[in-house]
Write a protein that binds this ligand. Structure first.
Ligand code: NAP
Length: 303
């Protein structure tokens, strides 16, 4: 196993997480035993950070706002021992039609509703899903602080925030943000260059990388039409052949290789694929291999 494989603290919090997380964007439906099998497969593979959001359920075959949280809540209520084995992360702030609301009232209401759907009494990591630029960060910081003091959330994080938005929220918050969550993959490389991963290292926040397999585009057998995906997949396949592994394992290894120690949030709903993702932890990409993927994503040589 490479150095990526070890457990690590979540930001400056006392929570400890595995090197890969499991995401529930596509976790929908009414089959509670199948849902439980996926959660157990993720925990068995060391993916103890479980990432959901209030809005998950509105797409990917789901029917309603809150559906993914509710399905996870049903799993947790039927198998109570699972809750203590996970770091439970959810998100607030996307409300279709509005579309973003991080006002104090909305944040507080969203937290109560998530706790109810999740059938738990505390959310370990409460993340702003997308920035609501019409809420002053001081107001949002106040709401997060009150929720934390009331014991309803343990830690807070942001997602899809610019570095400036993250710094500003942190400026108004009396405790350290634990995480930030950009899209980061061998196809979406910019967080390594636009300051987001630099800020994570500077402020000792853990980056959680969403869609680390490009939402399925960087997986074995996919024959994508767009040129950037074609270039990246061709290079991933060369690296997979030389490392004796799969395209998706190399794609995850790309995310893991950055010194900010990003945690890829895996999105598959297939228990075998959940287990297989840990192959990525055995791969150490060389500096030349890593940059060759950036060149493939951008379609131009490094300056
Ligand atoms: N903060 C945000 O705004 C945001 C946005 C998007 C996502 N997220 C988070 O990131 C998580 C992951 O996103 P994602 O689902 O797009 O991630 P992903 O892991 O990049 O893609 C998952 C997709 O790849 C497919 N896939 C095909 N072959 C696979 C293989 N060999 N191994 C693994 N997957 C394979 C899966 O299909 P099967 O299920 O059929 O395997 C699934 O549809 C979400 O659940 C959510 O927690 C956050």
């Amino acid at each position: 196993m490479s150095t990526h494989a070890s457990l690590r603290p979540l930001g400056q919090s006392g929570l400890t997480v595995g090197p890969i997380a499991y995401g529930l964007w596509r976790f929908v439906g009414n089959d509670v035993p199948a849902a439980r099998t996926r959660i157990e497969a993720a925990l068995a593979a060391g993916m103890n950070l479980i990432d959901v959001a209030a809005v998950y359920g509105l797409d990917w075959g789901g029917q309603a706002f809150g559906e993914s949280e509710d399905l996870l809540g049903r799993v947790l209520s039927q198998t109570p021992g699972l809750r203590g084995r996970m770091v439970l992360a959810t998100k607030f702030g996307i409300i279709p039609g509005i579309p973003y609301d991080s006002s104090a009232e909305a944040v507080t209401r969203s937290c109560e509703a998530s706790l109810k759907r999740l059938r738990t009494d505390v959310i370990d990591l409460f993340q702003v899903h997308r920035p609501d630029v019409l809420t002053h960060p001081e107001e949002l910081a106040g709401a997060l602080t009150r929720l934390r003091e009331a014991g309803k959330i343990r830690e807070a994080g942001v997602s899809n925030y610019t570095t400036g938005q993250t710094r500003l929220l942190q400026h108004h918050l009396g405790f350290p943000l634990a995480t930030l969550q950009p899209e980061f993959s061998a196809l979406a490389v910019e967080p390594a260059f636009d300051g987001v991963l630099d800020l994570a290292m500077e402020a000792r926040m853990t980056p959680l990388a969403w869609s680390p397999l490009g939402g399925g585009k960087l997986t074995d057998g996919v024959d994508a039409a767009d040129p950037a995906t074609r270039r990246v997949n061709a290079r991933l396949d060369e690296l997979a052949a030389s490392h004796g592994t799969t395209r998706s394992a190399v794609a995850l290894a790309f995310v893991l290789r950055h010194p900010a120690r990003p945690i890829p949030i895996l999105g598959t709903q297939n228990p075998q694929r959940i287990a297989a993702a840990t192959d990525a932890l055995k791969i150490d990409l060389s500096r030349a291999e890593w940059y060759s993927l950036v060149v493939a994503a951008r379609g131009v040589p490094m300056p």
